[in-house]
Design a binder for this molecule. Structure first.
Ligand code: ASP
Ligand code: MG
Length: 409
């Protein structure tokens, strides 16, 4: 008998029939003798619908009221699921985030969990009840409702699993696990039976949308065994763990991530003197624009070209800032390009293998794909290429690193 935290995403509870399906599934786990805590998202599309209404009323809705509004989506699903379980003779009780005292800071719409009170949950489990908790929400010091950022139900589930020292945190979704890459791009993409937290964190930061980034950080920090599985099909899913395979079995690359959401900006002919990078990026930061990759190199004429990427939504305001900076610094020109994408190979196996970068670059070269920017970390190599080569690049790399081959375990 185990203590399991299960999280069901928006599609899994997308209508009444699916909520009944989830109830049936949860009941099955109870019958096997497990203690179950269920975290649910709002029905799919509901959070967007609520945000849409707010935006019709105000261009800048008060963040506190935004949280009061969007937290209602999850309140609907917890109640319906509790009813569906009760209807099946399975005792259950629902709680909002505030009721279960998921204590957060006061950063509305992107609050962070600070503490979880597990007293109620333990009492319910002891009494044989399934505990159902609204994902994505908590309460601050002053009893204000807060939310944890889009996709935050994953983080709720992991936080509860950490607080309760659950045996496993299971994230049920509409895919049956984490894949070597997006199967819509590469048909031969394969489900991974295991992936490390570090790799999953890179994949999530690089554009894989399976788990909220913060939930992976949290699970890694508290060592919560996390599993991604399908609500609709039985199967083992993908286990996210701290454990690495031994180096014989560890593949060099575990997955390929990509991202079409970035744009590139370049300042041409900036004087090569101390303080220039700070002068360029400080006003970008002041506008709350996040910078991802940065490339700078000194030319023979004592000037440098300074290139960086930002989210595509920010490209116009970043460009505006740069026009001002360019005049101040006496730069030659400012360029912007939104027709780019970032393709990354990720794998802890890279640490013990030389030559991954050259294999990646040779593969792209063989397809005639020009690399515009490169950045690396210990377990990842990212390149920026022309957007039109995205599919080709991902397919070629998937093949070059032999990712379709069977899992080692
Ligand atoms: N309902 C919230 C969202 O759509 C939280 C979640 O689904 O995890 O972002
Ligand atoms: Mg989600």
């Amino acid at each position: 008998m185990a203590l399991i935290v299960q999280k069901y995403g928006g599609t899994s509870v997308g209508n009444v029939e699916r909520i009944q399906g989830v109830a049936q599934k949860v009941k099955g786990f109870r019958e096997q003798g497990h203690d179950v805590i269920v975290v649910v998202s709002a029905m799919s599309g509901e959070t967007n619908r609520l945000i849409g209404m707010a935006n019709e009323i105000s261009q800048r809705p008060v963040p506190r009221e935004m949280d009061v509004l969007v937290s209602t989506g999850e309140q609907v699903t917890i109640a319906l699921l509790a009813m569906a379980l009760t209807e099946r003779g399975c005792a259950a009780k629902s709680y909002t985030g505030g009721q279960v005292r998921i204590h957060t800071d006061s950063a509305h719409t992107k609050a962070r969990i600070q503490a979880v009170d597990d007293e109620n949950m333990h009492a319910d489990l002891k009494a044989g009840r399934v505990v159902i908790v609204a994902g994505f929400q908590g309460m601050d010091d002053n009893n204000n409702i807060t939310t944890l950022g889009r996709g935050g139900s994953d983080t709720t589930a992991v936080a509860l699993a950490a607080a309760l020292k659950a045996d496993e945190c299971q994230i049920y979704t509409d895919v049956d696990g984490v894949y070597t890459t997006d199967p819509r791009v590469v048909e031969a993409a394969r489900r991974l039976s295991k992936i490390t937290f570090e790799e999953m964190l890179e994949m999530a930061s690089l554009g894989s949308k399976i788990l909220q980034i913060r939930s992976v950080e949290f699970a890694g920090k508290y060592n919560v065994p996390l599993r991604v599985l399908s609500t609709f099909e039985d199967g083992p899913g993908t286990l996210i763990t701290t454990e690495e395979l031994d180096s014989m079995e560890q593949p060099v690359i575990s997955g390929i991530a990509f991202n079409r959401d970035e744009a590139k900006l370049t300042l041409l002919g900036v004087p090569d003197v101390p303080g220039v990078a700070a002068k360029i990026l400080a006003p970008i930061g002041a506008k709350n624009i996040e910078v991802d990759m940065i490339v700078q190199n000194v030319g023979a004429d004592q000037t440098t070209d300074f290139t960086f990427t930002v989210h595509r939504n920010d490209v116009e305001s970043a460009h505006e800032v740069l026009e001002g900076v360019a005049t101040d610094l006496g730069a030659r020109d400012v360029r912007k390009d939104s027709k780019i994408c970032k393709v990354s190979v990720v794998g802890v196996g890279m640490r013990s293998h030389a030559g991954v970068a050259s294999q990646m670059f040779e593969t792209l070269a063989a397809e005639g794909i020009n690399i515009q920017m490169i950045s690396t970390s210990e377990i990842k190599i990212s390149v920026v290429v022309d957007e039109k080569y995205l599919e080709l690049a991902v397919r070629a790399l998937h093949q070059a690193f032999d990712l379709a081959a069977e899992d080692a375990n």
